[in-house]
Design a protein around this ligand. Structure first.
Ligand code: PLP
Length: 345
């Protein structure tokens, strides 16, 4: 079989959630947008619900609807994009909580679903989603009269503890929400690590649950094993792959493995990245193709059946560094062709 296997450790995942939960002054939710950062929202959300998570966050209503089918009635499902045109039936039928971002969304929600749950998203400086201070001041009384379930904002620099932006956004968020009596949420993974001032009533970690920075204590969650299709010998001077980017400096054994950039193995990580077999690093040789990668297995001394890209030797943050990106992009790029195998849970 030439399908690579992505193994997702649900015990590590729930351990990470519990560890973050233990740090939080208030309750701890879970962000499962983008199919739980590519790991499978179904299995991930069910495991987290079993571990005790009662508050979930998704990007769009469709994700929320699918999640409701998975989780059944009970857990709160918040939608960051709020109440978009055409979403009323889905929000109502699936009992979703839109995080209202604009006055237009608020009017739409009150008209289409009067008396139904909603939250408020405020902009405290990131200028991405949510009502700005002046806008909020204008509609605050009207909104509070309808009893929102949650008021939230998002930090732009939470992964940089020393950035002055954090304290600035905290002050703005307090000014906008003190005295409302409504449960509040400000912290993502980075915000949780900034300390109790940032926790409020409900935290919204994502990446830390999935094993990424800035949650340094996180247990790794994903392993990726890629089958070897073919091995060959190269004489010194022979080349590998498109553009002849790799030239053998010695007698070299090359394995061709069954995954490529179409599976989310970003081309830019090639020059700095190795695959692993039995504790031996095997450098990528030449350019990463769409479905194939050449790997220098000379130092192994024999031909492996598969090579590991993600695992104990190399995690999502290392691959992100190698590719000049962040672990969020490594995870959400993981391709649809992998066989996803869940362990634990
Ligand atoms: C994605 C997201 C989160 C989770 O952030 P992490 O850095 O993955 O913990 C929390 N809140 C909002 C608004 C988000 O968009």
């Amino acid at each position: 079989m030439s399908t690579a296997t992505l193994t997702i450790d649900l015990d590590a995942l729930t351990a990470n959630w519990r560890a973050l939960d233990a740090l939080c002054a208030g309750r701890t939710g879970a962000v499962v947008k983008a199919d739980a950062y590519g790991l499978g929202a179904d299995r991930v959300a069910r495991s987290l619900a079993r571990a005790g998570a009662r508050h979930f966050f998704v990007a769009i209503a469709e994700e929320g609807a699918a999640l409701r089918q998975t989780l059944g009635p009970g857990p709160a499902i918040h939608v960051f994009s709020g109440h978009m045109p055409g979403d009323a039936d889905m929000i109502g039928d699936m009992d979703l909580i839109p995080m209202i971002n604009t006055v237009d969304q608020m009017i739409r929600h009150f008209e289409a679903l009067p008396g139904r749950p909603f939250g408020i998203q405020l902009d405290s400086g990131m200028n991405r989603l949510g009502m700005e201070p002046a806008e909020w001041a204008a509609v605050r009384d009207l909104a509070l009269a309808q009893e929102p379930h949650l008021i939230m904002s998002h930090l732009a620099c939470a992964d940089e503890p020393d950035d002055a932006m954090n304290a600035q956004q905290l002050t703005t968020f307090r000014e906008m929400t003190d005295g409302t009596g409504v449960p509040r949420s400000l912290a993502s993974t980075g915000g949780i690590l900034l300390g109790e001032d940032y926790h409020f009533d409900l935290a919204r970690p994502g990446i830390g649950i999935y094993g990424g920075r800035p949650f340094a204590e996180a247990r790794p969650v994903v392993t990726l094993d890629i089958p070897v299709i073919q091995c060959r010998n190269l004489a010194p001077g022979e080349t590998v792959g498109y553009g002849n980017d790799f030239t053998a400096a010695r007698a070299t054994r090359i394995a061709t493995i069954a995954a490529g950039y179409a599976d989310g193995i970003l081309r830019t990580m090639g020059p700095k990245t190795s695959l692993w077999a039995e504790d031996i690093p095997c450098p990528i040789a030449g350019r990463i193709s769409m479905d194939l990668i050449g790997v220098d297995i000379t130092d192994m001394g024999h031909d492996p059946k598969s090579l590991q890209l993600l695992g104990p030797h190399q995690g999502i943050d290392t691959l992100a560094d190698n590719a000049g990106t962040i672990a969020y992009e490594i995870l959400t790029s993981l391709g649809a062709r992998y066989m996803r195998r869940y362990i634990g849970g």
